[in-house]
Design a protein around this ligand. Structure first.
Ligand code: TYD
Ligand code: MG
Length: 453
């Protein structure tokens, strides 16, 4: 009989210990170490036999490896294709993480339904009827899509051998368990082992596998960090659940850049790709309202016009309130201090609220100047011309600093019909026949002068 063997694993980082202890030596978290049984039974996981593997591995000269065979599978979803770097790579493992209810299952089911390839969607979370009901709402039912409600990897591999799918989707990695390990589904050792089996399967058969993963309350994918090391691509699906927009971004990508971004809109009938995000992020409003300014930002390689709204009002209570949604609150405080010190605006006794519309969060420093403009516009209650936009960073000395790839931002603004764009005087703008009026400023003071006279 196989002797039961137990080991202690940190549930946070996956480190292994011989005995229990209060604090994990490797990640320094408290109370995360738990005992897990790792009784190694006979493995009946994915086995490579001559007839099941489509590709037999042997050493090859790098010059002789054909990349043609690795042509990517088009997912029929432009946003996903771009984030992946051009489509799914055969034999790759992709992990899709996101908060509960954000739409991971919806996105994957939608893709499974629209793919021209044979797709196996394995769900350990919902019943086949539930999935069918959801599928009927979002896409016409496809003959190529197979649904399997199963959590044991051995049974999943049996079904895979039977129907030989071109793509496998697993919803979710935390519900899987393998017979070769005796701990509960979702534990560190199960996640690690089931992922390893899936990787073996993916690499040997050149089948792309997409794993859905839950995330913990601090935003990391639940399970050991090594899961993220094991897979080829880690995608994050994010957005505010109360807003309709969802953002898909790559945190890790062995086959492409991690700068790309996909934007979706959650509708009653599933997720719709948003191919021209700038149009939806700018509110269509004919009225001239004070406190709004438009910024030409970049998300990855894609330019994005984003509307910033500010509300400045006299503080009713002693301490003024400052709050920012979609923008770093510390940076807002810094901008307010710069305006106070360098442009002479007394904002110390004012409440300031800032909002980036569309529920998205922007890290691009090029948004700073639009924040300045929105705050000032609200403060003196004079609207900014709607055909004007901004792309510059603001420094502590009140200087307006250049930003990266300014040409691309200018072209996007021009394309969307803006008549002027405010940039830093120190920007190197390539010679180009721009129709848009480029306003160059050096100091915050110049901007104030330009906007409000
Ligand atoms: P789901 O894909 O189940 O989320 P996850 O797998 O990430 O937990 O998404 C569930 C949410 O999506 C749910 O709150 C309702 C919403 N939704 C729509 O708004 N429209 C739709 O067509 C579908 C299928 C879901
Ligand atoms: Mg789900």
């Amino acid at each position: 009989m196989v002797k039961t063997k137990t080991t202690f694993f940190c549930q946070n980082c996956g480190a292994q210990f011989a005995k229990w202890q209060g604090q994990c030596n490797s990640c320094k978290e408290w109370n995360t170490i738990a005992e897990e049984v790792i009784q190694k039974a006979e493995k009946v996981s994915w086995k490579s036999s001559e007839n099941t593997s489509k590709r037999i591995s042997k050493p090859q000269r790098i010059s002789e490896i054909s990349t043609q065979a690795e042509a990517r599978l088009n997912t029929k979803d432009n946003e996903l294709n771009r984030v992946l770097g051009g489509g799914l790579v055969p034999g790759s493992l992709t992990l899709l993480g996101g908060e509960p209810g954000i739409g991971k299952s919806t996105l994957m089911l939608q893709i499974a339904l629209q793919l021209p390839y044979k797709t196996l969607y394995v769900s350990g979370e919902e019943s086949a009827q539930q999935i069918k009901m959801r599928a009927e709402r979002i896409q016409p039912i496809s003959e190529n899509c197979f649904i399997l409600t199963e959590t044991k990897t051995q049974n999943i591999f049996r079904s895979i051998e039977e129907i030989e799918p071109d793509i496998v989707v697993i919803d979710s990695i935390q519900t899987l368990h393998t017979d070769s390990i005796d701990s509960t589904a979702g534990s560190i050792s199960q996640i690690r082992e089931t992922a390893a089996e899936l990787i073996k399967f993916a690499k040997e058969t050149a089948t792309p596998v997409i794993l859905i993963g839950h995330i913990t309350k601090d935003g990391n994918i639940a399970g050991p960090k090594i899961l993220e090391h094991m897979v080829d691509t880690v995608l994050q699906f994010e957005g505010d659940r109360n807003h309709i927009y969802r953002i898909l971004r790559a945190n890790k990508n062995r086959f492409g850049s991690t700068n790309e971004l996909g934007i979706y809109e959650m509708q009653g009938s599933g997720l719709r790709e948003v191919s021209n995000p700038s149009e939806i992020l700018i509110s269509k409003n004919d009225e001239d309202l004070s406190g709004t300014a438009i910024s030409a930002t970049l998300e990855g390689m894609r330019p994005l016009m984003i509307e910033i709204q500010a509300l400045v009002s006299s503080a009713v209570y002693g301490t003024p309130q400052r709050s920012a949604t979609g923008y770093n609150a510390k940076r807002l405080n810094m901008i307010l201090a710069v305006l106070e010190k360098r442009a002479g605006f007394k904002l110390g006794a004012k409440d300031v609220f800032l909002n980036v519309t569309g529920g998205i969060t922007v890290d691009d420093p090029a948004i700073d100047l639009a924040v300045v403009a929105a705050v000032l516009s609200s403060n003196i209650d004079i609207a900014i011309d709607k055909r004007l936009c901004f792309a510059a960073e603001v420094g502590l000395a009140g200087e307006v600093r250049p930003v990266t790839r300014v040409e691309q931002r200018i072209l996007e603004a021009e394309k969307l019909g803006f008549t002027s764009i405010v940039v830093s005087k120190y920007c190197k703008i390539p010679k180009h026949n721009f129709h848009i009026n480029i306003i160059k400023v050096a100091k915050v003071h110049d901007v104030v002068h330009h906007l409000f006279g």
